[in-house]
Ligand binder design. Structure first.
Ligand SMILES: *Cc1c(COP(=O)(O)O)cnc(C)c1O
Length: 376
């Protein structure tokens, strides 16, 4: 059986977790959290990284920092995970969904401006499969209308857009370290902050509305309740697990990219025959092989393909059901413009197994079965 995902594990995780335990420092913002934060700051060039309990929580922090409130509108794709919308719905805002581009499955940047109203507060581009949205265009629209840009870079760590790390281009960026992501801590994430003006407020929000972060740095001699907030910092044991992977981030990234390239090469003849479609990585985008997907002709063919792969012990899966069609999406959001690609493309998409421990032999077996399905 080739499963769809195996959480990343490099071998040092347990050692680092024991180290955290031995240091008798297992709550938040210990040694491993600091290491992860600095590593992300150095690698991405962001001014400030704060490890969080999830990408969902990082996005909630970004929503709080952007002062998104009741009745405000936030523009995002409908083809995304629920958290992208949840973080803003919790603040009483309305997610305004616009259509995606069929080539990258990312928000269609040419449709965003038409969705801007007086109530619009932010744009939330989601970098699907770790492939960047057209950020130059998005940033320009945001500048012209005075909007925040919050990047849902849950899948985007180690990817770049015109040389800039995803998550660092907008005002705020959110990474995920869920077990399904390239680097993991079980459940976890990170908030990236571009403008240092927001750092102090973010630290307070993340620490239950207290200035405890300042206290830990020795900048004040006691800490107190200074604002509203919540608990968004992960335990140092989780950060220890993540550290074992960040230390080997390049090895993990290179291995995933090699598997991705192999999938692409072995399936390219099928695309050339017009049997299926492969992912597109636009010029200027460097991706992180978060995902390898193929697109079947339609829903019917995809259903048959998934069943065929399962019969041959390969667990391949579809992805998001467009949010605007879900019960909560109907209740809280609205779709602006026409759904030309969101539903149609989501029904064709099929994700093939992709994880650090996957081997070249397994990829060959999988592509062999896909070829068999298409009688190639
Ligand atoms: C995984 C994911 C999230 C949620 O991440 P969590 O860390 O589980 O909260 C949000 N958005 C996208 C696009 C994701 O892929």
């Amino acid at each position: 059986m080739i499963v769809f995902n195996v959480p990343p594990y490099t071998g040092r995780e347990l050692q680092y977790i024991s180290q955290a335990v031995e240091q008798q420092k297992i709550c938040g913002d210990g040694e491993f959290t600091r290491r992860c934060n600095s590593w992300i700051e150095e690698r991405t060039g962001t001014k400030k990284c704060l490890l969080t309990t999830s990408c969902t929580h990082a996005t909630e922090l970004a929503a709080l920092l952007s002062k998104v409130g009741p009745g405000d509108e936030v523009i995002m794709p409908s083809y995304t995970f629920v958290s992208t919308a949840d973080a803003f719905v919790l603040r009483g805002a309305v997610p305004v969904f616009v259509d995606i581009r069929p080539d990258t499955m990312n928000i269609d940047e040419t449709l965003i401006e038409d969705a801007v109203t007086e109530r619009t507060k932010a744009i939330v581009p989601v970098h699907y499969a770790g492939v960047a949205c057209e950020m130059d265009v998005i940033m320009e629209i945001a500048r012209r209308h005075g909007l925040f840009v919050i990047e849902d870079a849950a899948q985007g760590i180690m990817s770049t857009y015109k040389g800039e790390a995803l998550g660092t281009i907008g005002d705020f960026g959110a990474f995920s370290f869920h077990e399904t992501k390239n680097y993991s801590m079980g459940e976890g994430g990170a908030l990236l902050i571009r403008d240092t003006r927001y750092v102090e407020e973010a630290e307070i929000l993340r620490e239950k509305g207290t200035n405890r972060s300042k206290f830990f740095r020795g900048q004040i001699d006691k800490y107190t309740w200074v604002n509203y907030g919540s608990s968004y910092l992960p335990s140092d044991m989780n950060a220890a697990y993540l550290w074992a992977q960040l230390e080997m981030a390049d090895a993990i990234n290179n291995h995933r990219l090699a598997l991705w390239d192999q999938y692409y090469e072995e399936l390219l003849p099928l695309q050339e025959k017009g049997l299926l479609e492969l992912p597109t990585v636009p010029e200027g985008c460097v991706h992180n092989a978060h995902m390898f997907y193929i697109k079947a002709k339609d829903l019917k063919e995809r259903t048959a393909l998934l069943a065929f792969l399962k019969e041959h012990d390969i667990l391949s899966v579809f992805h998001y059901i467009p949010l605007h069609t879900a019960p909560a999406g109907l209740k809280f959001g609205r779709f602006h413009g026409k759904d030309v690609y969101t539903t149609r493309e989501s029904e064709r998409l099929c994700r093939l197994p992709m994880f650090y421990k996957l081997t070249a032999e397994e990829v060959s077996y999988i592509t062999g079965k896909v070829k068999e399905f298409y009688h190639v």
